[in-house]
Write a new protein. Sequence first.
Length: 264
Amino acid sequence: MKFLKFITLGLLGLILVGTAPTESLSPDHHLLTAVLQDHVQAGRVDYAAVAQDDRLPRYLDQLARTDPELLPSRAEKLALWINAYNAYTLKLVADDYPINSIHNVVTGGMIIGWLLNRTPWDIRFAEVGGKTYTLNEIEHEIIRPQFQEPRIHFAIVCAAVSCPPLRTEAFVAERLDAQLDEQGREFLADERHNEFDLSTRVAVVSKIFAWFDEDFGSNDTEILAFLAGFAPELVAADMAARPEQWLLRHGPYDWSVNNQRDRD
C-alpha cells in the first residue's frame, strides 16, 4: 500500500508540474537592473558585453515562467511588461550584434521590412508566462490598450539613438509612477530629441508624439498640455497656461543603434 501511495503521489506531482509551467511570483527585476547598470551609460548600450552576460538569459527565463495575470497589482503587471519589452529588445540586438540599426536584424532592412510586415517587432521570440509574443504584440496588444498609460512611451526603448534613454535600472511596482515621470522629464529635457522655443512658442518634438498621438491627446492642444507636464520649467509654465498658442512640429528620427561604443 505504501508503494502504491508513493507511485500515486509521484504521478500526481508529474501532472501538476506538466500543467503549471508558470509562476505567480514576480521575476527578480534586480537581475535586469544589474545588467543595465553594468552595460548602459547615458542611455547607450554596450551590446557586445550584454551578449556575454548570462544574467540576461536568466532574467528572460524567469519572465518565461511568470504569468503576469497572477501578479497582485496593476503596477506589478505594467512594470513586468515594460521590462520584458526592453529586455527582449536587448537580446534581439545583442544576438545579432554588430549591426548599425535594429532594422538590420531582418533581411531587407527598414523599407522592405515595413512593406512586408517583417520588421524586428514582428519576430515571435519573446516568451512571457509560457506564451511567445512579438514586440509589437507586447506594445500594441498588451501595454497600450490594457494600461492606457501614455508615459510608457518614455520607458520602452527600441534600441535607436532617437529613442528615450534606456534607464539603468528595471521598472518596479513600488516606484513605477516616479520612474515614469523621471523618464518623461529626462527625455523632454534632451535637446537632441525635443526643442522648445519659448519666444516663438514652437515645439519641435520627437516623432513618437506623432506616431502615437492618440495616446497623448485628441488634438495638438491636448498633446501640448500633456507635454507641459514634463517640459523644462519655464516652457512648461507657459505651455500649460496657453497650449493653444503653441505650434507643434516633429523632428527627424535617428534609427542608428544606441551603441555605447559609438557615442559622439
